[in-house]
Design a protein. Structure first.
Length: 163
């Protein structure tokens, strides 16, 4: 069973002024695919705190996949992509490109997402959208291929060729 950590970036959520609805949407979607949610964090939009949390999870091998939500827009405090890239060992551009392309079918605002994905150690990190609806749509679109990518990353499989 693949292990998932969910990190929400939200100043207002961290202060208790707003309910986080995206993390529960992520949790529900990954559990349907038999992923185990091993950690959930709600942090402020602070680049250093976000980077440190992702780095610790990856370096300690606590999760195979980190899915973040929030902080990928144009607001001055939206820093999730920068926090993610600060700890990246390998960039994985295809995943956020695919999510943006798919989401463009529903809203042209998808082009405004600055989401990134990367690998650190044996952990795949993906910035998801901040809205529960967009999170569900994107995860439904990418989850089947994530399974294979994680198998390769974790050395459970060694061939990307389809049968």
């Amino acid at each position: 069973m693949k292990r998932v950590a969910i990190i929400t970036a939200s100043d207002s959520g961290y202060k208790g002024e707003r309910e986080d609805k995206s993390a529960p949407a992520i949790e529900e979607a990954v559990q349907k695919e038999n992923y185990a949610v091993v950690k959930k964090l709600l942090l402020p939009d602070d680049k250093d705190m976000l980077a440190k949390a992702m780095q610790e999870i990856a370096d300690k091998g606590e999760a195979d996949l980190i899915l973040t939500t929030g902080g990928t827009g144009f607001a001055p405090r939206d820093v999730m992509p920068e926090a993610t890239l600060a700890i990246a060992e390998k960039i994985v551009p295809g995943i956020p490109e695919a999510m943006r392309a798919y989401s463009m079918q529903f809203t042209k605002r998808a082009m405004l997402s600055r989401a990134v994905a990367c690998i650190r150690k044996k952990t795949l990190i993906i910035n998801m959208p901040g809205s529960p609806k967009a999170v569900r749509e994107c995860l439904e679109y990418i989850i089947s291929e994530l399974n294979h990518g994680l198998e390769i990353l974790l050395e459970e499989a060694n061939n990307c060729a389809r049968k």
